[in-house]
Design a protein around this ligand. Structure first.
Ligand SMILES: [Zn+2]
Length: 269
């Protein structure tokens, strides 16, 4: 599933091709995504792209008269085509640009979304979201205040979009391991120092992953293959039964809120 680093890498990949260029029209081959593709996108004509931004895992394409909001869902991907390329089964949407490029959206499972808003500040899918993890609004003091009365485990707390966006299961596991904190610890039990360390590690794990994505950006204008997603350097996620890279003890796994959770009993307290 595309996580925040992949979405940010996608944003950086498409931005230079889109900004300042004009969408001539769209081709929507299948409008049945998670929600129906917004009518404004079906009938888009001659609109210039002003900016390409990201909020949580949503890509935001700013046009003269509104915003296209894209969510990649479970299996969505976007890529830039520089020459005509026949659409295949799962290529649901094309945006055709006046400079000869096409932005193509592919999504085998169709859990993604293409929505529209005239006003980003009053957009229902974005209005409940917590701060961006890489912004200064997400800091030790903020997380401490949000966690200090919560009896739930710290891991689902980090994965709650109302608290902070974009910390998916992989990144929650990895940053808790880097912080030597057991994922099952009640959120309120974390000390200020632990929270401070955790915030630093969340930012570092995400930043590192975004930078890795940068090395695969050439894929955004290849016409075949899976674009943009990259192998993570993982220390704990998916490593059940393997020795911990720090201490050699075997990594264990449990479910918290149905999500796979990995930890080293020796390193994490
Ligand atoms: Zn260990």
């Amino acid at each position: 599933m595309p996580e925040l680093p992949e979405v940010e890498a996608s944003r950086r990949g498409i931005e230079p091709y889109l900004v300042g260029n004009k969408i001539e029209y769209s081709i929507v081959r299948n409008s049945k995504l998670r929600w129906p593709v917004a009518p404004e996108i079906l009938y888009i004509t001659n609109q210039s792209v002003i900016s390409v931004k990201r909020r949580a895992k949503y890509l935001l394409i700013q046009l003269q008269h509104g915003w296209i909001i894209i969510h990649l869902g479970m299996s969505g991907s976007i890529r830039i085509l520089t020459k005509e390329q026949l659409a295949e089964k799962h290529d649901h949407i094309d945006l055709i640009f006046s400079n000869g490029i096409t932005l193509r959206y592919t999504d085998p499972r169709r859990f993604g979304a293409w929505l529209w808003t005239d006003d980003l500040n009053n957009c229902s899918v974005l209005s409940h979201l917590g701060p961006e993890p890489l912004s200064i609004d997400f800091n030790a003091n903020y997380l401490y205040q949000r966690a200090k009365n919560k009896k739930i485990a710290i891991k689902p707390c980090l994965m709650d979009n109302k608290i902070v966006v974009g910390v998916g299961n992989i990144y929650a596991n990895e940053s808790l391991f880097a912080s030597k904190i057991m994922p099952t610890r009640a959120a309120y039990s974390l000390t200020k120092k632990e929270i401070s360390n955790l915030v630093i590690n969340i930012k570092q794990v995400l930043q590192c992953s975004i930078e890795r994505g940068g090395t695969t950006l050439k894929d955004f204008f290849q016409s075949d293959g899976e674009p943009g997603y990259f192998a993570q350097q993982l220390f704990i996620y998916g490593k059940k039964g393997k020795p911990c890279l720090h201490c050699g003890q075997l990594i264990q796994s449990i479910k918290i809120g149905q999500r796979s959770t990995f930890f080293c009993h020796n390193c994490q307290k």
